[in-house]
Ligand binder design. Structure first.
Ligand SMILES: O=C(O)C(=O)C[C@]1(C(=O)O)C=C[C@@H](O)C=C1
Length: 361
């Protein structure tokens, strides 16, 4: 015989009171940590500590809550505790409703001061100038490949990567007034989103003009001004601009994901300490001679270090020279990683450590 609803709810109320007391005890401890950090002038945000807290709880989790629920709940708890120590200012490609905003919230939790920017360049500028302590920029999409502008800006700015976050990107077709496809003449979105939905657009709206704009949220904002225009954007953008969803999940790849990097000045936060599951991002170039790229991989094999990413970008020298963007598994505090990096650096004409940080979701 199941217990009556009222009895179960009374029990839930009781547990909630206990949780409230415990959460406030946790917040008071974080406040004390904040005072310590203020006294020693050290950064509030510690990504490796947050990763350890979540990994530790997931390992200890007996259920029935799922491990990803644990990650979401504790990310918000730590976000609120962090904001008590000092609110973190975070720049991203705006306006409100972009996937970049969603990635920033997924990584830092909701208790942040949001700084929406008009372009990726502006996110780098605001972060380098200290207007924002952290920036969140897209670096790679599983359908369309690298976000070239972000990779190029990593080369020319002093910012480094301290974290990463990957987002399942679901694009919807949004329009004013009704939820049909009839009469849509123009589809507005960021070029990346237009590219990620080109198959669907070719089949369902072959005659509509595809117009590139600075962000999907900007496309949604414009779609709200004209009955025959549609935008491609997130559910959040539909709510934000009061639009109907004329078609759900129109991206050509159902598992379309975008990876975002969290960037800051080294003086805001130095490279995070080892969390146990880390990654090193590098930009290197090698002399333009036969076998040079092969030689570059030898130290990794020799020291048993795995490479999880390898991209190239033209060096713009006119000489068919390239910069290579490499991600390695591990942390320089591990001797085999330190040895591989040392040997690799010795072979490179250009070598820049972009960041060492905990592996993201
Ligand atoms: O351990 C710390 O350094 C804290 O400030 C506490 C805490 C947390 O809430 O657990 C909050 C912010 C940091 O980013 C890491 C963890």
């Amino acid at each position: 015989m199941p217990k009556p609803l009222s009895e179960l709810r009374t029990a839930i109320d009781q547990v909630d009171r206990e949780l409230l007391a415990l959460l406030n005890r946790r917040a008071a401890l974080a406040n004390e940590v904040g005072e310590l950090k203020r006294a020693e002038g050290s950064p509030v945000f510690r990504p490796e500590r947050e990763a350890q807290v979540i990994n530790g709880l997931q390992t200890a989790n007996p259920g029935p809550l799922k491990d990803n629920n644990i990650a979401h709940i504790w990310r918000e708890i730590m976000s609120a505790c962090r904001a008590l120590e000092a609110p973190q200012r975070v720049a991203f490609l705006g306006p409100s409703g972009t996937f970049s905003e969603q990635a920033a919230l997924q990584f830092f939790g909701a208790s942040i001061e949001k700084i929406p920017c008009v372009s990726i360049d502006e996110v780098f500028r605001a972060t380098a100038a200290g207007t924002a302590e952290y920036g969140v920029v897209p670096v790679e999409n599983s359908t369309e490949g690298v976000i070239a502008r972000s990779l190029d800006l990593f080369l020319s700015t002093p910012l480094h990567i301290v974290g990463e976050s990957s987002l399942l990107v679901r694009h919807n077709l949004l329009r004013k007034d009704n939820a049909s496809l009839q009469g849509i003449e123009v589809v507005l979105a960021h070029p990346q989103a237009l590219a990620q939905c080109q198959g669907w657009l070719g089949t369902h709206l072959p005659d509509a003009e595809r117009r590139a704009v600075s962000s999907n949220a900007e496309g949604a904002r414009l779609a709200a001004t004209h009955p025959n225009w549609a935008g491609i954007a997130s559910d959040r953008a539909a709510t934000e601009f009061g639009l109907h969803i004329a078609a759900h999940a129109i991206q050509d790849d159902a598992f379309n994901r975008t990876r975002f990097a969290v960037i800051c000045l080294p003086q805001t936060l130095a490279a995070p300490e080892a969390s146990g599951k880390d990654c090193v991002s590098l930009i290197v170039s090698v002399p333009n001679r036969p076998g040079a790229v092969h030689d570059m991989l030898v130290p990794l094999k020799k020291h048993g270090v795995s490479m999880t990413r390898f991209e190239s970008r033209p060096a713009r020298s006119g000489q068919w020279e390239y910069f290579f963007y490499i991600d390695l598994q591990g942390h320089p505090a591990q001797p085999q990683v330190a040895a591989a990096l040392k040997d690799l650096q010795a072979l490179c004409a250009f070598y820049k450590v972009l960041g060492t940080y905990p592996v993201g979701e």
